[in-house]
Design a protein around this ligand. Structure first.
Ligand code: M6R
Length: 612
C-alpha cells in the first residue's frame, strides 16, 4: 500500500527520496510524488501517475528539485482515481504546507465541507488534502505550526501516518502516527522517516518506531518526539540486523524467485535457535505451563496466505493437541461477534504486522479477554507491539507481493508452537515427538532438495500457461495447501483458479470440469492417498488434464494414473505442506513468467494491506 519516506540532512533530498520510494515500490502503488524545500526555490512539489520512472524522469532523477529536506510518497488509490492531481504530496491552498499520508481519514467529508464553507478551495478528491488544508487553516489562526498540528490531530479520525513539510520551517519536517506504521531513522548528520525500514536501510540501521499519537520534529541533527499531550518522549532506538543486500535482487530476475530460494535458510534461522536438546523451546514466551493447560480453545486469525498458514495449523494443531482449533479470516472475525474469552488463545498471523483487518481482529479479541500470541515477520510492527506474546519469523525482508518465505517460516513456527504446547500437555507420544523433531531438523535440507529440481516444473509451466481455468484439489492438509497454491497462481499469473476439498467436487464444482480443464491434484497426505486417487480418476474421466504432487513413497503408484507427477521428499505428515508449497510457488512463478506478468508487483495488489 502507500509508502512514505522523508529526509533532512546536507545532501540533495531529491535523489535520496526517489531511491527510498523505489525501495517501497514492492508495497504496491499507482502514483508517486515528492516535495522538496529550499530557501531559494521554496516548496517544490512534483508528482505523477504511474510507475516511479515517470516521476523520476519528471524531476531529472531528483536533480530538478533543489533542497536538502523533503518528503516522498507512493500512493495506492483509495479516495479518488489514480491520477496526477490525487497523488501525494498534497498542498494547502497557499502552497506553503505539503502533506504525505498513509491510511484513511474517515471524517474527511465533514471536514472538507467545513473548510469549503470557510472559502477554501480543494484541488483533489482525496481524504488527505483535508489534512493539508486544515493544518494551514489552524496555522493561519494560531501562527504556530505545532499548535496547528495538535489541533488537526484532535479533529481527524481514522488511521494515519503523516509527513508534513512547511515552507516556514526550512530545517525540519513533522511526522505523526496513528494506526499506520512510521519509523524514525537516525543517520550521521541526517534524519529520516519511513513507513518501512527498507526505504532507509541504505543510509542507517538505527531506528525507532513511532507510537500512536506521537508527533516527531525531524531535523538533520536530531529528532524530538512528543506524545499526544505535547510532552517530550525519549525514544528507544534499535538496530536493524539485516543489511541492504537482503532487500536487493542479488542477481535474480525477480524478488519472488530469490525469496523462494531463500526458504531453507529462512526456515533454518526460524527453527534452530528454538531447538535445544531435541525439544522445542520458546524463551520469548511468557505463557506458563498452567496457563497452557487451562486453554480451552485456540482461534487463529489472519488474512490471505497467512490465513492459509492458519488452515494448515488447524489440522496440525488439532492433531498434536487434541483441542479445538478454529481458523478464521480476520475480515470476518471482526464482524461475527466472535466467541472468545479469557480461556481462548488467539493466534494472530501476519508477515507485515500491519494488515488492518488482522489488527482489528486482534483488538477485538483482546477486548473480549483473549490472550493474543502473534506470529509476525516485521520486528516492531503494530501487531507485534499490541500482542501479549510475539514469535518472530526470521524470514528477513520480503519484497515480492506474493509471499513465499514468510509463508514457510510462519508455517514452521506454528507447527513448533503446536509441538511446544503438546510437550506440556503430554498430548503426543514421546516416540512421535522424537520423530517429528528429527524431521523438523531435516526440513531445511529437504527444502533444498526440492529447490534443486525446478526444471520439470518449468517445463510443465511452459505447456500449461495458456489454461485460463485451473482447479487445485486435495484432502485434509492437501486442501489447505491447495488454498495457498491457488492463491499464489491467481495473484501473479491472473489465471482464474480455485482450490477445492477434493471430496466436495462432486457436490457441484465437478460440473465445471470439461475437456482440457487443468486440475492440480495434491496427494501428499498419505492417509487419504487412495481417496485422492479416486478423485483424480473422476476428473480425468471428465476430460481434465492433471498435474499431481505427491511424496517419493507414493510417486510410482501415482504415475500409473497420472503422467505429470511432481514429487517432494518423504517427511512427517505435519511437514508435508512445508515441502509441498515449494513446487506450487515455482509453478506459479514460471506460469506468470510465461504470461509476461509483472511478477513482483501484480496488478491491483499491495504488499501490506492497511485499508479495510
Ligand atoms: O502481512 P500479512 O501476512 O498480514 O498479509 C496478509 C495477506 O495480505 C497476504 O498474505 C497476501 O495474501 C499475500 N500477498 C499473498 O501472497
Amino acid at each position: 500500500m502507500c509508502g512514505i519516506v522523508g529526509y533532512v540532512g546536507s545532501a540533495q533530498a531529491g535523489p535520496i527520496l526517489l531511491d527510498g520510494l523505489e525501495r517501497l515500490e514492492y508495497r504496491g502503488y499507482d502514483s508517486a510524488g515528492i516535495a522538496v524545500l529550499s530557501p531559494e526555490k521554496g516548496l517544490q512539489v512534483k508528482k505523477a501517475k504511474g510507475r516511479l520512472k515517470v516521476l523520476s524522469a519528471l524531476v531529472d532523477e531528483g536533480r530538478a528539485v533543489e533542497g536538502t529536506i523533503g518528503i516522498g510518497h507512493t500512493r495506492w488509490a483509495t479516495h479518488g482515481q489514480p491520477n496526477d492531481v490525487n497523488s501525494h504530496p498534497h498542498l494547502s491552498q497557499d502552497s506553503r504546507i505539503a502533506v504525505v499520508h498513509n491510511g484513511i481519514i474517515e471524517n474527511y467529508v465533514e471536514i472538507k465541507e467545513y473548510l469549503i464553507g470557510k472559502g477554501i478551495r480543494f484541488r483533489s478528491e482525496t481524504d488527505t488534502e483535508v489534512v493539508a488544508q486544515l493544518l494551514a487553516y489552524h496555522y493561519r489562526k494560531t501562527g504556530d505550526l505545532m499548535t496547528a498540528v495538535y489541533r488537526v490531530l484532535h479533529r481527524i479520525e481514522g488511521a494515519y501516518a503523516l509527513g508534513i513539510l512547511c515552507a516556514d520551517m526550512p530545517d525540519a519536517f513533522i511526522a505523526v502516527r496513528k494506526d499506520a506504521p512510521l519509523l524514525l531513522g537516525y543517520g550521521q548528520g541526517c534524519s529520516f522517516i519511513a513507513s518501512d525500514v527498507t526505504a532507509i536501510i541504505k543510509h542507517t540501521r538505527e531506528v525507532s518506531y513511532m507510537e500512536d499519537g506521537e508527533v516527531a520534529v525531524v531535523k538533520a541533527d536530531g529528532i524530538q518526539v512528543y506524545d499526544a499531550l505535547g510532552q517530550p518522549v525519549e525514544k528507544e532506538r534499535c538496530t536493524i540486523d539485516w543489511d541492504v543486500s537482503a532487500a536487493e535482487k542479488g542477481g535474480y530476475a525477480h524478488f519472488m524467485f530469490k525469496e523462494i530460494m531463500e526458504q531453507p535458510e529462512a526456515v533454518r534461522k526460524t527453527v534452530h535457535p528454538r531447538l535445544k536438546d531435541r525439544r522445542v523451546v520458546f524463551d520469548e514466551l511468557k505463557v506458563t505451563p498452567d496457563e497452557i493447560r487451562g486453554l480451552q480453545r485456540i482461534v487463529i486469525v489472519a488474512c490471505g496466505s497467512s490465513y492459509h498458514v492458519g488452515m494448515v495449523g488447524k489440522y496440525n494443531l488439532e492433531r498434536l493437541l487434541r483441542r479445538p482449533v478454529e481458523t478464521m479470516l480476520a475480515s470476518e472475525f471482526r464482524y461475527c461477534d466472535p466467541l472468545v474469552d479469557e480461556h481462548t488463545l488467539v493466534i494472530v498471523i501476519s508477515q507485515s504486522g500491519e494488515t488492518l483487518d488482522t489488527m482489528a481482529a486482534l483488538r477485538q479479541a483482546r477486548s473480549l479477554g483473549a490472550r493474543i500470541l502473534s506470529i509476525v515477520n516485521v520486528v516492531g510492527s503494530s501487531i507485534a507491539r499490541e500482542s501479549d506474546e510475539v514469535l518472530y519469523t526470521w524470514a528477513g525482508p520480503e519484497i515480492a507481493v506474493a509471499t513465499t518465505k514468510a509463508y514457510s517460516t510462519q508455517l514452521v513456527l506454528l507447527d513448533m508452537l503446536g509441538l511446544y504446547f503438546a510437550d506440556i500437555l503430554g498430548s503426543v507420544k514421546p516416540e512421535e515427538y522424537e520423530s517429528i523433531i528429527e524431521e523438523l531438523q531435516a526440513l531445511p535440507a529437504k527444502m533444498e532438495e526440492v529447490l534443486e529440481n525446478t526444471e520439470k516444473i518449468k517445463y510443465l509451466a511452459s505447456v500449461c500457461f495458456n489454461h485460463n481455468s485451473i482447479f487445485f484439489i486435495g484432502r485434509n492438509l492437501d486442501y489447505a495447501l491447495g488454498l495457498e497454491g491457488s492463491l499464489k497462481l491467481k495473484e501473479i499469473s491472473y489465471i482464474h483458479c480455485e482450490a477445492y476439498a477434493a471430496g466436495e467436487l462432486k457436490h457441484g464444482t465437478i460440473s465445471l470440469i470439461e475437456d482440457g480443464t487443468l486440475v492440480v491434484a495434491l496427494c501428499t497426505y498419505a492417509p487419504l492417498f487412495d481417496k485422492s486417487l479416486s478423485n483424480i480418476v473422476e476428473v480425468k474421466a471428465r476430460g481434465a488434464d492433471v498435474v499431481a504432487l505427491t511424496d517419493d513413497s507414493h510417486a510410482e503408484e501415482l504415475r500409473k494414473t497420472v503422467g505429470n507427477v511432481l514429487t517432494i521428499p518423504d517427511t512427517h505428515t505435519i511437514f508435508k505442506p512445508s515441502l509441498g508449497v515449494i513446487p506450487l510457488q515455482i509453478f506459479s512463478y514460471y506460469m506468470a513468467l510465461q504470461r509476461g506478468c509483472d511478477i513482483d508487483k501484480p496488478r491491483n495488489l499491495a504488499k501490506s494491506v492497511t485499508v479495510e
